[in-house]
Design a protein around this ligand. Sequence first.
Ligand code: MRU
Length: 376
Amino acid sequence: MHIRLRGRRVPCRTVTYDLQSNSVRLIEQRLLPHTFKIAGFGDYQATARAIQDMVVRGAGAIGATAAYGLAQGAQAFRGSNLDRFCAHVDRVQRTLGDARPTAVDPVNAMITVRRKMKRGGTVADQKRIAVAAAHDFADEDVAHCAAIGGHGSSLIREGMNVLTHCNAGWLAFVDVGSATAPIYAAHRQGRRFHVFCDETRPRCQGASLTAWELAQEGVSHQVIADNAAGFLFSRDEIDLVIVGSDRVLGRTGEVANKIGTYTKAVLAHRHGVPFYVAIPLSTIDWDLESGRDIPIEQRSPDEVLGAWGAGADGKRQYVRIANPGSGALNPGFDVTPAELITGIITPEGVFDPRDLWRHRDRLAGPKPGRAPAKSK
Ligand code: MRU
């Protein structure tokens, strides 16, 4: 990605790591679109808090942050006792893994890093491998998103109106994005089309982050209230939906994504509009057998009862919207069943969600996994 800053286009990644200072560096997403800032986190606990507090968010981005956080935690270990080192890294992995429960990318990222670390015979070897493996994960995230753009761009035809939900863009990954990859690729190929960004209450990632990205890329777009999509579908003003995901079940094709995704999938189905989900391979969970087993993050009621924004002075502030004294329920994600999904756009091509398991060797490499409980 290139960010336009004071008239210059500056190359940037959402997540990076500096070995010398052993710090994880993140675009501070809570300040966007009003202020662009990169913040450094000097130990793995601070990195875990940055995930939890949503300095960084989006499945791919928190996956890469967890991978770097693991390497950061490993680097901080003093001593050469391998058993003590492994116990320490277990702790680091648990802390980072517990930061946000729904996305599977951090889990998969850290499993990958640790698997590679096992090849090192000493603490020093394993530390070095951890950093290299975290960089590999981040680079693979970028490559996967670019490949999604290649497979998905032909879905976007001249003159279409495309709906997207939440932010599955640069900021939700290391770069490029998943749902936005076909959008950016089609835009670069010269096609003209329009994107509706669901506002995505309660945190408004669509209004703040996706709209900011699309503006940076020069893609025609408008923010719509979450409740407006039904009206637009009913007037044939939405031709295609592309969203990202925090966890796709390889066994059933069910898709967990930002709360409100299921509602849009039902609407798309009702109106015969194709509904695609774009994911890197780190978003596939090959173990869970039912969407009901996906841990759904319950977030603070304050997010529903009010909203964050910038005041006239440009400073970030929270305003209460709801009736004083009323409480709120705030599930962060929902689960969309396979039958509502037209296709899953992956770096390996576009798949029917019910065919993921059949293609698991291609999508996950050879895995010992059990057969699905019931085949669909
Ligand atoms: O709560 P967030 O902002 O982390 O939720 C992000 C989303 O739901 C994205 O759509 C999702 O991560 C898929 S794209 C990586």
